[in-house]
Design a protein around this ligand. Structure first.
Ligand code: ZN
Length: 110
């Protein structure tokens, strides 16, 4: 039984990816490997975009709600502050995914 070179799990003779860690098991096939990494980059970029959009929406709604608090001193404003915090969290997640995509691109170039 062959083993995964990344996590050491036992894998089937003709397995293409490791069932445990998901890494490609056909490292010799550079073309396939490249495709696999490209796919990961696309996915990371897509997630980063989704988080950026969410961050913009949350921050915008949050700022509007915060402004409502200023003029009406209602609880809506507190809700707005929470949304702004969520937006900041989303942009941090977007950053993380962009970083991941950059790292994968570097691996692809090597
Ligand atoms: Zn593995």
């Amino acid at each position: 039984m062959p083993c995964c070179q990344y996590c050491g799990a036992e894998v089937g003779e003709d397995a293409v990816v490791c069932h445990k860690c998901g890494e490609s098991l056909i490292g010799d096939d550079a073309g396939w490997q490249e495709f696999h990494i490209q796919e990961k980059i696309d996915r990371a970029n897509h997630r980063a975009n989704m988080y950026i959009i969410s961050a913009i929406i949350l921050a915008t709604v949050g700022i509007v709600a915060g402004w409502v608090l200023c003029i009406s001193s209602s609880a809506v404003g507190l809700f707005g502050i929470a949304l702004v915090c969520l937006g900041v969290g989303c942009s941090a997640s977007a950053d993380r995914h962009e970083h991941k995509a950059r790292n994968l691109k570097r691996r692809l170039r090597r």
